[in-house]
Design a protein around this ligand. Sequence first.
Ligand code: TEU
Ligand code: CA
Length: 593
Amino acid sequence: MSSADTPTEIQPYQQSVVYQIYPRSFADSNGDGVGDLPGITSRLPYVAKLGVDTIWLSPIFASPNDDNGYDISDYRAIMPEFGTMEDFEQLLETAHSLGLKIMLDLVVNHSSDEHEWFKQARSSRENPYRDYYIWRDPAGFAEDGTPLPPNNWISFFSPSVWEWDEHTQQFYLHYFSVKQPDLNWENPRVREEVYDIMRFWLDKGVDGFRMDVINLISKPEDFGDDPAIAAGSTTVPLERIANGPRIHEFLQEMNREVLSHYPGVMTVGETPGVSTADAALYTGFDRHEVQMVFQFEHMDVDASKEGHGRWSEDRFSLVELKSILSRWQHDLQGRGWNSLYWNNHDQPRAVSRFGNDSAQYRVKSAKLLASVLHGMQGTPYIYQGEELGMTNVFFDDIARYNDLEIHDAWRKYVDSGEIDPETMLRYISASGRDNARTPVQWDASAHAGFTTGTPWLEVNPRFSEINAQAALEDSDSVFYSYRDVIAARKAHPIFATGAYAQLPGTEEDPALFAYVRMNSEADAAASGERALLVLANFSDEPYEFAAAEGNLSSYAQYAGLKNPQLLLANYPEAERTEGVLAPWESRLYLYSL
Ligand code: TEU
Ligand code: CA
């Protein structure tokens, strides 16, 4: 970006809005109960109607589906359940004809254990592919001869990050499941393989990549035991494994070797355990790494206080949420670029988590969340069904869940007696990943119109009320509010340029989220837009607020902001009260020159 006295040059990715599709759950075209590529293609006009310009497809590649495609066995092949390469080419062509770009999911921290590389690697210590993965000798042997893992680190999906390979008598490293061995990025041949895969897809015409846990690819130098785990912690030692010593070198190399040769390509790295200072390095405008990262701090606001990771049903604190998001806005302003998201395929549903999914407030609070997120600086990511206000689900039996993380947590906490089954089922319903993965609700027919067969994961029972057909027929639906906020972003450059600040004095307010986006003189002169004001009442009670009409006269620093134009509101004019924000009411004002 630029200095204060010249107008900001806005890059296309900074005005993009991305829609994430989880192919397994989006639309099934052939009745086998599993979403597929032709299903996606048939629904592209729906996505285009929303007004987004880019789609991120969660993995579509050959995979044994231990982690639903995040365990890839062939990076150049389409998962047979999803269709063929021709189906993909058709999808890409249709998307492009509708003005939609396609980003693929690049999952290269690990492969599947069924990838040919790993089959070779585990066949003998001398195999040329051995060094594609990370192998270690045991720390020793127990009295009964059991090999002891090289360290005590806990993985995301199973007790240890180490799995013993009987045949070659060494452990291999896996930060995720035992079927997701970590690739060895120290090996230049591995990096070349990855760059070749990227070129393969870019040459086919894809428009970008979302890079799975990309900040875990550079492994730490110190593989010593983790003291917190030794003292009883049961969570992944993220500080040790994230942002390793060669990470920036690797990303700059990837950029030099591949990305820089494809102008206009979009990139976002998924990066658990990044601070804003790290993010400024990953996304810094002059650093040539990635355009943006998915940070996780706001996903941790409602983490378990008992040390059970995500497994809890505690509500978040708005004060804490505001402080996190505001820090990210502030720290990346002019230095790097934010991604903005409330949910994805790994998170519970936004309206259930941050809003109120009761019949009374579901629609209002879903619309509020759209305005609050899209009003910030960054590139917004909408997760399929979010635009319908889809909600969390409750299944009364662990067997009805699919996600390996949920089943792993069940073994870890319920089978061990630490959490009782009823409580754990509530925790899963509040925070488990399958909340995001129930099929998209297209209409009120059987299985919500997702499939004519039996869906691989049950449909959320609220589908007769919450579905795309009903939303499209209702001009007051969540869908049209998303369409409006997306259109507003595209129409008004200030969404990209304005500097963010919470409205002074509201930081500690437990119900009100209020912020201003202020253009520099140069950006105001160039666009005619001076400021945005976003007001949102995150509560079931009315909120009295003098500035509710966009009247900021009591703030000296905003004295010049006059005659606000109400750009977005989630209550109709007849239901708006002066000086009061109704429950879950949000307003977004624009101040022009
Ligand atoms: O997620 C990585 C990650 O850090 C988490 O959000 C994680 O999945 C888990 O939910 C932590 O509790 C990425 C993918 O988005 C996820 O679907 C995969 O399972 C994971 O990597 C492994 O590829
Ligand atoms: Ca199918």
